[in-house]
Design a protein around this ligand. Structure first.
Ligand SMILES: [Zn+2]
Ligand SMILES: [Zn+2]
Length: 222
């Protein structure tokens, strides 16, 4: 055990027990999303393998969604811990919890694209949790990460604070901008949590308008 482990012992994100970030008991409480529980990222209803329903397809929309965990219990706490403080070991352990069997198909993907934060948010937080998690995950999948393609040009109120669907749509207008033109790229768009999906749909819209061909959303939880 080194000095850092003594000063800052690993604590379970679920229950606080010292030893690992995910103790055995809390690992047992993690709820995985089964293949038959996948949803369409455009309407939120169940969909085979998470592929967007043919009727929900739009020219600039998302093509599908893969999420690994339910956003509750130890996973919710892990996401919040990652957001709160940068702990590399925790990120590595978190990413390693994704079962090999549910790892996304990367054969046609050009790169992983973590959702960007607005510059002001990045400054106050010091790091982008989606980038940290996404980079670790992409390393596991052996695919490159792209950090210079999408920019978040407008800060927004949290989507959960928006009462109506119209408010949510307006809140997402002109939030993202592609930093350059994209040549028919096949992108895995990554975020920590998929909630309403409005943010990821807005990002997909900007990327497809810039030339992206195919965008599959990947999130740790939903
Ligand atoms: Zn625990
Ligand atoms: Zn749908």
């Amino acid at each position: 055990m080194n000095l850092l482990d003594i000063l800052f012992p690993k604590r379970c994100v679920g229950c606080g027990r010292i030893g690992t970030y995910f103790c055995e008991k809390c690992r047992g409480r993690i709820r995985y999303i089964a293949a038959n529980e996948a949803i369409c990222p455009m309407c939120g209803h169940s969909a085979i393998d998470g592929a967007t329903h043919p009727g929900c397809r739009t020219r600039y929309g998302l093509d599908g969604l893969t999420s690994f965990f339910r956003y509750d219990g130890p996973i919710r706490k892990a996401v919040q811990s990652v957001k709160y403080r940068l702990i590399t070991d925790l990120v590595t352990e978190f990413v390693s919890l994704v079962p090999q069997s549910s790892v996304v198909d990367t054969s046609a993907a050009d790169y992983f694209l973590p959702m960007p934060l607005h510059a002001s948010r990045l400054k106050s937080r010091g790091f982008n949790q989606a980038e940290v998690l996404g980079t670790a995950f992409a390393a596991r999948l052996h695919i490159p990460v792209a950090l210079d393609i999408l920019r978040r040009v407008r800060a927004t109120a949290p989507q959960v604070a928006m009462k109506t669907r119209e408010d949510r749509l307006n809140n997402m207008k002109h939030v993202f901008q592609a930093a350059r033109t994209i040549q028919n790229d096949h992108i895995l768009l990554f975020d920590d949590v998929f909630t309403t999906g409005a943010t990821m749909r807005a990002a997909a819209n900007a990327l497809k308008r810039a030339g992206a061909k195919y965008i599959w959303a990947v999130t740790m939880a939903r």
